[in-house]
Write a protein that binds this ligand. Structure first.
Ligand SMILES: Nc1ncnc2c1ncn2[C@@H]1O[C@H](COP(=O)(O)OP(=O)(O)OP(=O)(O)O)[C@@H](O)[C@H]1O
Length: 248
């Protein structure tokens, strides 16, 4: 088997590698780490092009969106109390549930309300379509223009990751909507000739007319063989015989 040379390997640009990390002279504490990460994210974000953007302006390399899950009918019936309140389209106030306040000391009571800021916040009433339009649609457009994008969901169990990504049959999530957009966009650019053959995992060879005919003949004979094996499968349970057919 042919080995891939080093030049074959895709070199992927990394903006994190390019950044100079500050040299530490003192012991590391949690506040240090928080500050350092904020700096890294900010510098990675601000280095990107912000022209022609729509849904999540100003955009950077990293976008963090929050989706707040609505209460289920059962949770409403049980009198569940909301701990998250939307301040504006990018920030929320998180409050400890009233039931937990009784157990807290005066010192911790002051820390029970916290503000968090995101690239964009989607309230419990946000539909799957609104969420897709406001988060993933723009990166998918950029992907179609040749940029690499990564989208992932993060949250505790039952937070709504699968619902957001996959959705339900009636109300699909961001993954089927992305596939739909990709296929609709590339559909018109489909290469309909059958003269490209994949080799290894990311290369193709262009076949001559003779080779195309050879490939078609080979595929037809394989198809015939598969049908014969299927037929034998349904009439004969002898695995050795089936295996011999496949090998011939
Ligand atoms: N935005 C939403 N609107 C309506 N129902 C939702 C929403 N988000 C989640 N749900 C419902 O909440 C339940 C849990 O959601 P889901 O299975 O997506 O969680 P998860 O984060 O993938 O959990 P796990 O990590 O355990 O797989 C499901 O019944 C789902 O239909």
């Amino acid at each position: 088997m042919e080995q891939n040379s080093d030049e074959d390997k895709l070199s992927r640009p990394s903006y994190v590698d390019c950044m100079e990390l500050p040299e530490r002279t003192e012991a590391v504490n949690v506040e240090d780490i928080k500050t350092d990460l904020s700096d890294e994210f900010r510098s990675a974000s601000s280095s990107s092009d912000t022209s022609g953007r729509s849904s999540l302006e100003p955009r950077g390399h990293i976008q963090v969106c929050l989706r707040i899950k609505p209460f289920t009918a059962r949770e409403r019936a049980n009198g569940s109390q909301g701990c998250v309140s939307l301040e504006d389209s990018t920030s929320i106030i998180l409050k400890s549930p009233k039931s937990s306040l009784g157990r807290m000391s005066d010192k911790t009571l002051g820390q029970t309300t916290q503000k968090f800021t995101f690239s964009r916040v989607f309230g419990p009433e946000a539909t799957q379509e609104e969420f897709f339009e406001g988060t993933v649609k723009q990166p998918v457009k950029e992907f179609l223009e040749g940029c690499n994008c990564l989208v992932f969901t993060y949250g505790v169990t039952n937070a709504g990751k699968t619902y957001t990504f996959q959705g339900t049959e009636d109300d699909v999530g961001i993954l089927p909507r992305t596939m739909d957009m990709l296929f609709k966009t590339v559909g018109g650019r489909l290469y309909t000739k059958m003269d490209l053959k994949p080799i290894r995992w990311r290369d193709y060879v262009k076949l001559t007319n003779d080779k195309v005919r050879e490939e078609i003949a080979l595929k037809n004979s394989l198809l015939r063989l598969t049908k014969e094996v299927d037929h034998h499968n349904s009439t004969n349970d002898n695995p050795q015989l089936i295996l011999r057919y496949v090998l011939y």
